[in-house]
Design a protein around this ligand. Structure first.
Ligand SMILES: Cc1ncc(COP(=O)(O)O)c(C=O)c1O
Length: 406
């Protein structure tokens, strides 16, 4: 695979940052966009724009067909059984809120337990916290081990007769740990517990097969998959979408509205109230084409090679401490340097065009557990190269020099 060629497909890399070539190592936050995705948004707005699912004029019908075509592409990409199991949302955050809200409303009562892990992003904690406040639901946390992973055993330890939902990340955005989702789901289902997977970091890097994983819900963030912002996906098994109440009310999600009663539309309209992110959905089809052209197996392999290389280089670098060393790890390199605050690291690296993220990465519970306020994080995407890792290391050395570290 020619990575230079792939980088050429991303116009952002034509720009200089602080007079330097951009070394973009913040893809876990959000990925850059290939030209085909950008062009598709432009073409849609300039030549094809209409709202979808309402009018019968030419543009409206054509736009509706394009919108529904992306739903089918997503269904195929994640091997869902039915296209109506794909619900578009404004992000993974909204997808998780949708489940917590509707499942919580219908199926959770005081004393019921929701099992999360210590790795969870705030997006997969705060929506459950609302249910704690609202209904007296209890939240339990499966613990990480000393290499920053959550094992099947640590999940099993926390399951009780009161566990009514297991909501877990596929791939940690801090330690990079990849959780054994299929095994966790099998265990959960043997006890009649549904499983929600926060797939924000899984979907851009790993092959997805909903029928094989068998989880009940899977939340996806399109802006981390070389797609537009303002768009997420909730995969949910049809039986849940049929059974659960709607999330938001408004136009497009109803069948019949009377003064004294309302009936709701068919799936997936029931969960897509109001005007949706039409251009983003239509452009996301190009992201899927882009991913398919390279092949997700090639993406996983390329990123793993780079991550292994990055770990090797950073381990040799005095004073750099890598956070987490899980056996199965995704393309994330979180680290600290003793004596330098991660925000200072990120600011100094930025002078060399090296874009990383510093902070708690929306995982304060994990950072508390690790006894840290913040970490620096270099996260990889398909456009990264070994040269990027070398530049990261050089910039870290410069940073250490400024702080008189060896
Ligand atoms: C693990 C994880 N979960 C959830 C989210 C939230 O996703 P979105 O930006 O699509 O709402 C993120 C994004 O940073 C994430 O990394």
């Amino acid at each position: 695979m020619n990575i230079d060629n792939i980088k050429e497909q991303f116009p952002i890399f034509n720009n200089k940052i602080n007079n330097k070539d951009l070394v973009y190592l913040d893809s876990a936050n959000s990925s850059q966009k290939p030209i085909d995705v950008i062009d598709r948004m432009y073409d849609f707005y300039t030549k094809e724009f209409s709202n979808v699912g309402r009018s019968v004029h030419y543009l409206a019908v054509a736009a509706t067909n394009l919108y529904e075509n992306t739903r089918i592409s997503v269904q195929k990409y994640i091997n869902a059984k039915d296209k109506n199991e794909i619900v578009f949302t404004k992000g993974a955050t909204e997808a998780i809120n949708l489940v917590a809200n509707t499942y919580g409303q219908k199926n959770l009562k005081e004393g019921d337990e929701v099992l999360l892990t210590e790795l969870e992003h705030h997006s997969n904690y705060v929506p459950w916290h609302y249910l704690r406040k609202l209904k007296g639901v209890k939240i339990e946390f499966a613990e990480i081990n000393n290499v920053g992973e959550v094992t099947l055993e640590s999940i099993e330890k926390k399951i009780t007769s009161k566990t009514k939902m297991i909501a877990i990340t596929h791939l940690s955005n801090v330690t990079g740990a990849i959780l054994p989702i299929k095994e966790i789901t099998q265990l959960a289902h043997s006890k009649g517990i549904p499983v929600l997977v926060d797939g924000c970091q899984g979907a851009p890097h790993l092959k997805l097969d909903m029928q094989d994983l068998d989880c009940d819900f899977y939340a996806i963030s399109c802006h981390k998959m070389y797609g537009p912002t303002g768009l997420g996906i909730l995969y949910a098994k049809k039986k849940w979408l049929e059974e659960l109440p709607p999330y938001q009310g408004g136009g497009g999600m109803i069948e019949r509205v009377k003064k004294n009663d309302i009936s709701y539309g068919d799936l997936p309209n029931k969960y897509e109230a109001g005007t949706m992110a039409t251009a983003q959905v239509i452009a996301f089809d190009e992201s899927i084409k882009f991913l398919n052209k390279i092949g997700i197996e090639n993406i996983t392999k390329h990123e793993k090679d780079l991550m292994d290389y990055g770990q090797e280089i950073l381990r040799k670098n005095n004073s750099v401490k890598l956070i987490g060393n899980p056996k199965k790890k995704g393309a994330v390199l979180s680290f600290t340097i003793e004596g330098i605050h991660p925000h200072d690291i990120a600011t100094i690296l930025d002078e060399d065009g090296v874009a990383i993220r510093a902070g708690h990465h929306c995982c304060q519970i994990l950072h508390d557990k690790l006894g840290l306020n913040a970490t620096a994080r270099a996260s990889l995407g398909i456009y990264n190269t070994r040269e990027d890792i070398d530049k990261l290391n050089l910039a870290i050395n410069k940073c250490k020099k400024i702080f008189s570290l060896k």
